[in-house]
Design a protein around this ligand. Sequence first.
Ligand SMILES: O=C(O)C(=O)/C=C/C=C/c1ccc([N+](=O)[O-])cc1
Length: 311
Amino acid sequence: MSDANTGRGEIGRRSLIAGGIAAVTTAAVVSPAAADPATTTQPTEKLLGYSLPLSAKGTANIVSEPPWHYAGDVVGVEFWTTPTAAEAALPAGLTPDPNTSGHAYALFIDWQFSGSHQEYLDPVRSQYSEFLVLLDAQFQGRPVAWCPFIWVDNDAALARGWFQGFPKKLGAIRQTRAFSVPGQASPVVGPGGQFGASLSAAGRRLAEAQITLQSPSSTLPALGRPIVNLRHFPRLIAGQYDNPDVHELTQSVLDTPVVGNNWTGTSTLNFFAAPGEELADLTIVRTGAGFRGSLSYTVTTLKMLTGPDAG
Ligand SMILES: O=C(O)C(=O)/C=C/C=C/c1ccc([N+](=O)[O-])cc1
């Protein structure tokens, strides 16, 4: 029997013993301070992987270690919500940007992901779609973008998001595609080209947009601010639900970002109320530019703004 198996056996027996004590002792209070170091010290892990599920070979994890490479097509809409709604969506540590209060972007993205081994050759895993909102904010007086809500249609993308602090949920996201042949079934990527996009989740439509391209552009406007997220992992210990294990502001680090084929134009955008959702609380006062473009970058690290790794 290996050491690790012995360790698991010990833990199992202690649990049974503890259960026995609880069953026969009427007035016993088991103090956390009395915990045996043998039960609190981490055994050296023998299972492999960057994320759960750790496994014998280390290839079953839902997300393997960075680098994480991304390429995507973006359909975006600039919009303004009310200053009150924008402020209500910010976590502690972020403040509204007084210069651009209520300014935000809604982004629909068709992504292709890869690790270091041409994972794009497995499209059922590497392709996914995403919708997110980015709200202008400030961190210590610096302009940043806060992501209050984001949906994806792929489990690995959901987990990568949580590791970075993106508050991802599962949804269905679509955008009009363009093809490299002309025809009535696809828009031109050029003046007059029209693209639609939508988000739904749990059987409810939550967002829809349309844009009409007018002129080429050198940028994707939503890339102007660094994205700040909140890594949050709660405790599941009775009495400590409001004392999370992890609660720290992070800043996304995009290595070698490249944009191309950017167009800007006009837009429409609607959010729809649904049970269990607060997206529509970001009341759309008006929209600004509609835009479309392509984007690639790599993620290898995260800048920690608060918490034990900040500094
Ligand atoms: O890494 C992830 O898991 C993830 O969810 C990535 C989010 C991407 C955000 C983003 C921001 C700005 C633009 N832009 O400016 O068009 C496009 C995309």
